[in-house]
Design a protein around this ligand. Sequence first.
Ligand SMILES: Nc1nc2c(ncn2[C@@H]2O[C@H](COP(=O)(O)OP(=O)(O)O)[C@@H](O)[C@H]2O)c(=O)[nH]1
Ligand SMILES: *[C@@H]1O[C@H](CO)[C@@H](O)[C@H](O)[C@H]1NC(C)=O
Ligand SMILES: *[C@@H]1O[C@H](CO)[C@@H](O)[C@H](O)[C@H]1NC(C)=O
Ligand SMILES: *[C@@H]1O[C@H](CO)[C@@H](O)[C@H](O)[C@H]1NC(C)=O
Ligand SMILES: *[C@@H]1O[C@H](CO)[C@@H](O)[C@H](O)[C@H]1NC(C)=O
Length: 475
Amino acid sequence: MALTSEDFLPSSRHYQELGRPGRPASRSGISHYIFRRQFIASCAALAIVSVAALALLTLLTTPAQLQALLTIAPVTEVEDAQSYLLGPPTRSFRENLRNDTKYITSWLNAGWTNDVMTIGNLLYLALITERIPIIPSFIPSHIGPEAPPLPFGHIFDVSRLRKALRTPVLEWHQIKDANDSSLDELGCWAVWPVVEQGAPPRDSFLIPKLNLDLSYTRAPDWVKLTPPGIDDKHASLWSLARLAYPEARESAISQPPDPSPQRQLAIPPDDHLLCYDYLYYTAVTAAWEWNWDYSPVWRFVGQHMHWNATVEKLAEELARRAMNVPNGEPIPPFISIHMRHGDFRIYCNEFTEDQCFVPLPAVAKRVAEVQQELLDKKGINVTRVIMTSDERDPNWWAEVRSYGWNWVDYAAERTVETYGKWYPVLLDAILQSRGAGFVGTEYSTMSLLALRRVQDWNDGAVRMAKWGRPGADDH
Ligand SMILES: Nc1nc2c(ncn2[C@@H]2O[C@H](COP(=O)(O)OP(=O)(O)O)[C@@H](O)[C@H]2O)c(=O)[nH]1
Ligand SMILES: *[C@@H]1O[C@H](CO)[C@@H](O)[C@H](O)[C@H]1NC(C)=O
Ligand SMILES: *[C@@H]1O[C@H](CO)[C@@H](O)[C@H](O)[C@H]1NC(C)=O
Ligand SMILES: *[C@@H]1O[C@H](CO)[C@@H](O)[C@H](O)[C@H]1NC(C)=O
Ligand SMILES: *[C@@H]1O[C@H](CO)[C@@H](O)[C@H](O)[C@H]1NC(C)=O
């Protein structure tokens, strides 16, 4: 979801030291996890001793016998998410939580990329609070409300993420059966009323979908990232983490909880399943932190959120067809572009769209810069270009064609009919991330994440084009 214009202005204030999330190490499910790791390590040690013993046996056995003995499956890390729950999805989420494990969750309420970042923030908070994250499904906003919720693991590779973060990662649909559910009451912290003065707790379509009756307690004022009086909506992730521990929690519960909308229950914030209304506007050191390469959430979480291989394969097929690359031939390196139009029109003020959005000649200039940088730094001559955009005007796309650039024609591919309404945006995000270079649209988080991915995953050359008035990108 688009932000208001002033939301775009990054704050230059840095109030806290840069934090590093500790390796999870506590009682609760994470120690359970570590216990399992130690157990596995012991097994591995045992296996090594056994192999050594086997080496001695070589003197006594035939090569064929030895071969058979050595091809026993290797010891691998246990990654069964279910072991952090009591079983398959239950009617009430509480029936499924382990009593020796602490969890953390939050909700979503924006465009898809904003929601991806919110989940990144939630995972970072899970690391620094030593709790097991329960990730909500994505809910549609820009793509139409009739699209079903999209599970996180459908688009991201959860098992790879879990290994990189060294912590279990759970999803709501694994815990509560959305088809056969009972109303669950839950006490949560309300952060939004603190940072957005006077606002109610941030709502989310997820609440009715998960059949929850939430009672909110206003978080203390000290969760705000910047001092009172500074107009900024961000909460500090490390301050929010304080609420996960008894001492800060005790003193923070000063106000009575608001009654829940359905059963009118006033419930203090849950400590078993810690929950916050909304974590999009959060940061460690400074507002709009994902804008910079040092972003702690990007470094410790976001960069490990790789694509689900099934969807990534589909994106590769589409890229191949878009660039007319025959099957069997490798996909040549390309420069990806994201030109964000759509609801960004509301920021154009008195300017017409032609005057406001990045004109294609300016985009072409950025593409040429990226090409030159790739040639200088890596000695590769990247001539292929793939455009992605939410623009629907066929005249604009015809102009794109005149530059010799390609794009995926989702209508011709019948992508929505075959895979559903989520897929064009998911596939476009994957295509953007696969560029050897990338040109994005300033202030778009979809562009921002593509930039981070191309920079860090592909060691690519990246540019953001400016817009909002005639000549905005002149340089
Ligand atoms: N398929 C497709 N959808 C887009 C594109 N750009 C924007 N959208 C849609 O508009 C939404 C924008 O919201 P968000 O992802 O939060 O990014 P932001 O608003 O640009 O910061 C996306 O999630 C898509 O639904 C694009 O290039 N391709
Ligand atoms: C925790 O749950 C286990 C079963 O899952 C049960 O045996 C045990 O009594 C419970 N402990 C507490 C303190 O409730
Ligand atoms: C990718 O998503 C599919 C569902 O489309 C799922 O079955 C599969 O397990 C996921 N793969 C990974 C590695 O998460
Ligand atoms: C819920 O119902 C839908 C459609 O009937 C089905 O596809 C889905 O697998 C069900 N989910 C669970 C958790 O049983
Ligand atoms: C890059 O490739 C294009 C098309 O093949 C060619 O016209 C151009 O001269 C090449 N540039 C360099 C620097 O090699």
